[in-house]
Design a protein around this ligand. Structure first.
Ligand code: C5P
Length: 483
């Protein structure tokens, strides 16, 4: 087949092409493909019409439309498909990115690839280009490229940017807002979601600087998948730092791409934060809880289209967008607010409810006395999770509890599942060395009657999104099973 060189076209034509591509929000390369595809289809249609009357059986099957991007009158399959920019960083895991390209294409995702300078020591532009069927971008200024699309267009002309492997250096550049090469410039210039798949040596992953950068990125709304625990390329080295497997990255990418419709029409109730049980007007009993995980779940459910009520104890977090927030202080107020919020399809109890309250809180500040300390009589608070899980009427179809444990995490979670009568327990190890309490990442196990799923270490936001995905799937199964 004859090859076409844009550089050989006259300047006016090149300018017109550039204008047309910009108007359609596409790269020049994609615009040219589109023109050729349309021309070829028209030729086929004309020839067919001459020989036979139009036959619907010959029509090209259309893929499920995403609705928003397809331009009217444009018979383009490409316009209906999700577009993704894959940035490959320089690490040994880069070889897995070639498989990732294939896996993404299997899901009908159009992939464009950027290789950093370091990545080119591990994979070649030729190999990546052959797999994604596209010119691979390597330089911020690429005078040689006939398809010089510019970093701004690369950054915007996509639905998602995936960085895999995301090296410690790339994370630092992203967190610091650097833009001294094509990959970092695209990441800084984009207004689209970003998913990173970190991969590095466990020491580099655990380094304070990396964890600081990661915390900054998750605060900035960057999605994270992995890293997993396992062996490193260096013999004898192991720990947290292996890049997530290509299929895990595809699942995370799909969640970001499709996540906005997963829970449309569902009502979700979430509890979050601690409860404060007054002893007197200035003192209270409480559990440690930042509310980060519960709030992230409420935010993820709202982002997935659910109608969300968040019943929250005192936290220093902003209200998640699009969520109906009910603020309470005590366990008894929390129970009341939860019961008022029913019915719901799903109830997720992420709050750290104080087990006890003072039997008779004083209405004035208790003064210190020299000779004796005051006696504090405690009574047990209602167990909100158990109360709702055991309801006969208006029991949400899915009742999910949390178990924060410091030892025997799974065994304790199983016992809690049975005792509380809920459907799932999200169990996590909160022993001080894990840094889960108040931190931004979490490693959880989903415990149900069906078994245990061990989820990889990830940000609390990603735990929330993964949970939302599992909830959506489970509600669909429950719908199919009938009342
Ligand atoms: O019994 P434990 O506090 O470990 O159970 C934790 C789970 O139970 C969490 O989901 C928590 O929100 C819920 N819980 C509750 N009401 C209580 C105590 C715990 O809803 N009084």
């Amino acid at each position: 087949m004859a090859s076409l060189t844009v550089r050989q076209l006259d300047d006016t034509l090149k300018r017109l092409l550039r204008l047309r591509a910009a108007r359609h929000g596409r790269s020049m390369e994609d615009e040219i493909r589109m023109i050729l595809r349309e021309a070829a289809q028209e030729t086929v249609c004309d020839a067919r019409d001459l020989i036979n009357p139009p036959n619907p059986a010959l029509a090209e099957p259309r893929r499920a439309s995403t609705g928003s991007r397809a331009e009217p009158g444009l018979r383009s399959e490409a316009a209906d498909r999700h577009r993704l920019v894959l940035i490959v960083g320089g690490g040994i895991a880069a070889y897995k990115s070639l498989d990732l390209i294939r896996r993404l294409q299997d899901r009908s995702i159009l992939v464009r690839c950027i290789l950093t300078a370091a990545a080119q020591h591990f994979v070649t532009p030729l190999a990546a280009g052959a797999l994604c069927g596209n010119h691979v971008h390597t330089d911020l200024f690429d005078p040689k490229s006939e398809f010089d699309v510019g970093h701004i267009r690369l950054a915007r002309d996509t639905d998602l940017i995936v960085v895999a492997p995301a090296t410690a250096d790339l994370l630092a550049k992203m967190a610091g807002g650097h833009a001294d090469d094509l990959a970092s410039a695209v990441l800084l210039a984009t207004d689209k979601p970003i998913l990173i798949a970190p991969a590095m040596n466990p020491q580099m992953w655990a380094a304070k600087a990396t964890q600081r950068n990661l915390a900054q990125l998750t605060t900035d709304g960057v999605h994270v998948v992995g890293p997993n625990v396992g062996e490193m390329a260096e013999r004898g080295e192991g720990g947290v730092g292996r890049m997530a497997e290509p299929l895990e990255i595809v699942a995370a990418a799909e969640l970001v791409l499709h996540g906005t419709r997963l829970l449309t029409g569902r009502r979700v109730l979430v509890t979050s934060g601690p409860t404060n049980e007054p002893i007197d007007p200035v003192r209270f009993i409480a559990n440690r809880s930042s509310g980060k995980q519960g709030h992230a779940i409420a935010a993820a459910a709202a982002a997935a289209g659910a109608d969300v009520v968040l019943v929250s104890g005192p936290v220093s977090l902003p209200d998640p967008p699009g969520v109906d927030v009910v603020k309470i202080e005590t366990a008894r107020q929390m129970l009341q607010a939860v019961e008022r919020a029913l019915p719901a399809d799903v109830a997720i109890f992420a709050a750290a409810v104080a087990d006890w309250r003072a039997e008779q809180p004083s209405d004035h500040k208790i003064k210190k006395q020299q000779d004796r300390s005051p006696a504090l009589k405690l009574v047990e608070n209602p167990d909100i999770l158990s109360t709702i899980a055991h309801r006969q009427a208006n029991r949400p179809r899915l009742v999910i509890g949390f178990a924060a444990e410091t030892h025997d995490v799974i065994a304790n979670a199983r016992a809690k599942l049975a005792k509380k009568g809920c459907d799932w327990i999200v169990a996590n190890d909160v022993s001080p060395e894990t840094g889960v309490m108040g931190g931004d990442s979490n490693t959880v196990h989903l415990v149900s009657a069906g078994g245990v799923e061990n989820w990889p270490p990830q940000s609390k936001g990603d735990v929330a999104r993964m949970l939302v995905q599992r909830i959506a799937r489970s509600l669909k199964d429950l719908d199919a099973a009938g009342p």
